[in-house]
Design a protein around this ligand. Structure first.
Ligand code: FAD
Length: 320
């Protein structure tokens, strides 16, 4: 396989059922904006076609040895040795973080975690971070070698063009010299919701303490359904038992970067903003005109959620 000078190695996550994870499109989009995307994926050879459709110019496929195996540091190491990439992009998922961290430590590479984008300057690839609850944008780059970059899910809009005839190669990853935890079985937890998953959702509607009770929190779900959005919450709403912890957005919850974030009855504490401030458009509805959420909102409505939101839902339904 002939590889481009400006290759960017992209480790693609797979789902437990063996498909490419949703993060693949944005990782390849980000890679294409700074170089030539070279994907590495653990799983079925058919995944190469899916990766090419999302913009991978070359694809290394690693056959899983036994049982369900997440891509690991050995996979990155084997691919990086073949590719000599300018940078290595990995999803900021649990699996991606682990693989990227282990690989960086082992290869003594620089690592940039939880980034929200990449660019290239005269010296190489630059990672962009949103830090201190989104109050500052920071940039980082490696002084030498390929920077290992984990990319926050949902933060990159760029998408790469499909590649019609990609180069595909099977990559052998030798038996790991170190002891590894092995996944012995995977059982999908039954999610009783047809709503999109919060992490990586394009639209999120979140509710806070202002909703007042678990029963009244249904309003958040109704607006989410009218918009086709995922449901999120502030910690106060979670602590009050309106919704399980899995929905918590913020410093000690999930970080989201959707196209649209709607905050209902949420004051906008720094710890909440840390998890949603990189949303492309923020809409806040709060009866307190001085609530800090309005400092970060693109559109704000000062009003009672129980008056404003039903009208909003009616207007959305009427448009359908
Ligand atoms: P409140 O601050 O009580 O705000 C409720 C808002 O609802 C008010 O602005 C009020 O005006 C409005 N309101 C009330 N009734 C109505 C109505 N009828 N119509 C319209 N508006 C109404 N918080 C997080 O969210 N996520 C985190 O991950 C997180 N991590 C934390 C970590 C640490 C270490 C600490 C110390 C705190 C953390 N917090 C986190 C808590 C955070 O500081 C706030 O306490 C929390 O975000 C407040 O939630 P809230 O906005 O729903 O509640």
């Amino acid at each position: 396989m002939t590889l481009a000078e400006d290759s960017i190695l992209v480790l693609l996550d797979t789902t437990p059922s063996g498909e490419l994870a949703a993060s693949a499109a944005e990782l390849l989009g980000a890679a294409a904006s700074v170089g030539t995307p070279v994907a590495v994926v653990v799983g079925d050879a058919n995944l190469a076609a899916d990766a090419a459709a999302l913009g991978a110019a070359s694809i290394f496929v690693v056959a899983p040895s036994e049982g369900p195996v997440a891509a690991n540091a050995d996979t990155i190491a084997a691919a990086a040795e073949r590719v000599s990439p300018d940078a290595i992009l990995v999803s900021h998922s649990a699996e991606g973080r682990e693989a990227a961290g282990r690989y960086a430590a082992r290869s003594r590479s620089a690592i940039a975690v939880d980034t929200v984008g990449v660019t290239r300057d005269a010296q190489g690839v630059v990672a962009h971070h949103s830090v201190y609850g989104g109050a500052y944008n920071a940039q980082s780059a490696a002084t030498w070698g390929a920077l290992v970059i984990t990319v926050r899910q949902g933060s990159v809009d760029a998408r790469a063009e499909a590649v019609a005839s990609p180069a595909v190669e099977t990559l052998e990853v030798g038996k790991p010299a170190r002891r590894l935890a092995r996944i012995t079985s995977v059982e999908e937890a039954m999610v009783a919701s047809s709503r999109p998953e919060l992490r990586g959702a394009a639209k999120v509607v979140s509710g806070g303490r202002g909703l007042g009770s678990q029963e009244k929190f249904v309003l958040v779900e109704q607006l989410a359904d009218a918009l086709g959005a995922a449901v999120g919450a502030s910690r106060a709403a979670v602590d009050a038992g309106y919704i399980p912890y899995a929905a918590q957005v913020g410093q000690t919850g999930v970080s989201v970067s959707p196209q649209l974030y709607v905050a209902l009855g949420i004051s906008g504490a720094i710890q909440h903003r840390a998890g949603m401030q990189t949303a492309k458009t923020i809409v806040a509805i709060n009866k307190d005109a001085d609530a800090p959420i309005f400092d970060v909102a693109d559109f704000g409505v000062v009003g009672d959620v129980f008056t404003v939101v039903p009208q909003l839902i009616n207007a959305l339904e009427a448009k359908k």
